[in-house]
Ligand binder design. Structure first.
Ligand code: GLC
Length: 540
């Protein structure tokens, strides 16, 4: 079903799919995915039924952070292809009812961007103020703020006698949003892409643009909402443009404001409160603890209820920064297929716009590599920092296996053959060995595959209004193993029941009426109790 994408709110019935171009499909044998590769897989995505592709950055970049360090916002990274390839992708996707959602990295640029090269030339250079500088002397940092990827958030430029601020790597200097000229320049750049026909934007770390380093403020700076309103007014003029902001700091009240229905800021945000539930409180993501299911239920309930009237939710369990969910909250061994389907069912029954990350629809899993085979700068920084601080190397590797971003970045598994059909060359990062049995070819041929389960979930969302509109009610909040909830409109009731454990669980306190139809299940039949990772969706 093709949606009318000219009106605000079309995304409330849509499902999006994230592509990490480097790892999706290579066509020229250099071991790195490319735009032609994405074009060649559009039929596959059409079969899945998605309405849009969030494309991780494809612009010109030195690739220190895989494209999240942009040196030219209006050109394509040549290893991925040309502007003509990009135009072709936009056109061919549109023919299939699929919009391209570009990744906008507006918080920082690459240190190789001409603006930064100019900025470093002198304090009175017109581009100097495009970045965030503080006077200082070498060895005496302006303050002790740290960067997300380890090390200080300040780097010294001796020629200027100044430090520049970077929330991420030193090669990703922060842009100074207090400068109105910089803001106008960014808006013009966005209009360039709107004119090319993209359907919307994903905004990288958007809650961090209004930083105030002197006050130790990174996210939610005092001018954030002002900036977002201006950005939306000036750059996102069309009602049909969908915008999703990455906002690690978002809580419900802030998200209501970011995604308010008047369209003044963004269509929705990615919030991460559920993602942090299996890490030790107050510690970095590397310090894990088991998920306590009632915590997840309360969290999801808070978001479902919180954005029911005002705002709009995004729904996701995976992206290019997160480990594979089936390895994280499911079982990537015996019950891989059942648990991948169960997690999808739990999420896709909710209100919001679901995002599927490449390979999630195959039940792709985490990977264990040798340290030298990892490519992510964050992983190498962590290893160096923690071993220097006295951590035992094996413990550090366990953190990397559990949380490293490269878990999500191994190549897409298309076939059981050489390099999983991803490339005829040497892949830039190893292919997961389990592609011999986890791959798209096998999934398409098997009507009971994880792929077809996702396809059905997408179809259901488009068939029944209750998926878009139903009011949420959590059932059995205290139950440590079962996640169950109701969605209800005047006409329809949807019941979702999921067993998060690898044991059979009796369900007490939920009754399924006689007239209910089972819409979807991950077991062929029905039993008294819920079997390991069993999930069911009923409608009446
Ligand atoms: C976001 C991106 C991540 C990137 C960072 C810096 O969190 O998702 O991949 O490293 O921003 O741009």
């Amino acid at each position: 079903m093709k949606l009318d994408k000219t009106k605000r709110g079309w995304w409330e019935s849509a499902v999006f799919y994230q592509i990490y171009p480097k790892s999706f499909q290579d066509t020229d044998g250099d071991g790195i995915g490319d735009l032609k590769g994405i074009i060649s897989r559009l039929d596959y995505l059409e079969k899945l039924g998605i309405d849009g592709i969030w494309l991780s950055p494809v612009c010109q970049s030195p690739q220190v952070d895989n494209g999240y360090d942009i040196s030219d916002y209006q050109d394509i990274y040549p290893v991925f292809g040309t502007m003509a390839d990009m135009e072709e992708l936009i056109r061919q996707a549109k023919d299939r009812g699929i919009s391209i959602i570009m990744d906008l990295v507006l918080n920082h640029s690459s240190d190789q961007h001409p603006w930064f090269l100019e900025a470093k030339k002198g304090r009175d250079n017109p581009y100097h103020d495009y970045y965030v500088w503080r006077d200082g002397t070498q060895g005496k940092l302006p303050n002790d703020m740290g960067s997300v990827f380890g090390g200080p958030a300040w780097t010294y430029v001796p020629e200027l006698g100044q430090y520049y601020f970077h929330q991420f790597a030193p090669q990703q200097p922060d842009l100074n949003w207090d400068n109105p000229r910089l803001r106008q320049e960014l808006y013009q750049m966005i209009r360039f892409w709107v004119d090319k026909g993209v359907g919307g934007f994903r905004l990288d770390v958007i809650d961090q643009i209004a930083k105030v380093p002197d006050a130790f403020i990174t996210a939610n700076g005092p001018r954030l909402h002002e900036f977002l309103e201006e950005l939306s007014r000036e750059a996102f003029r069309e009602d049909g443009l969908v915008t999703v902001g990455e906002a690690w700091s978002a809580d419900v009240p802030r998200a209501q404001q970011f995604s308010s229905r008047d369209g003044k800021q963004l269509s929705m945000v990615f919030q991460f409160q559920h993602i942090g539930l299996d890490q030790q409180p107050g510690k970095p993501k590397w310090d894990t603890k088991p998920l306590h299911l009632p915590d997840l239920k309360t969290c999801m309930e808070r978001w479902q209820l919180g954005l029911q009237e005002e705002g709009w939710n995004s729904l996701f369990l995976n992206n290019h920064d997160l480990p594979r969910i089936v390895s994280r909250w499911g079982d990537d061994g015996v019950y891989r297929v059942e648990s991948a389907k169960m997690l999808a069912t739990m999420l896709h029954g909710m209100q919001g716009t679901p995002y599927i990350y490449q390979g999630e629809e195959l039940g792709m899993t985490n990977v264990r590599l040798e340290l030298s085979q990892y490519r992510d700068l964050e992983i190498h920084n962590l290893y160096a920092e923690r071993t220097a601080a006295g951590y035992d190397p094996e413990t550090v590797m366990e953190s990397i296996y559990a949380r490293g971003r490269d878990n999500a970045r191994t190549p897409m598994q298309w076939t059981p053959g050489d390099n999983a059909g991803f490339t005829t060359g040497t892949p830039w990062i190893p292919v997961n060995e389990n592609h011999s049995f986890i791959n798209a070819e096998a999934a398409l041929a098997d009507p009971d595959s994880v792929f077809h389960h996702y396809r059905r979930l997408i179809e259901l969302r488009k068939t029944y209004e209750v998926f878009r509109k139903g009011k949420f009610r959590l059932l059995l909040p205290e139950d440590p193993n079962i996640f169950a909830y109701i969605r209800k409109t005047e006409k329809e009731t949807l019941l979702v029941v999921c067993n998060f454990s690898n044991k059979e669980q009796a369900v007490d306190g939920i009754s399924v009426p006689k007239n209910a139809r089972c819409l979807l299940s991950n077991y062929a039949d029905t039993a008294e109790a819920l079997r390991p990772y069993e999930a069911k969706m009923y409608l009446w």
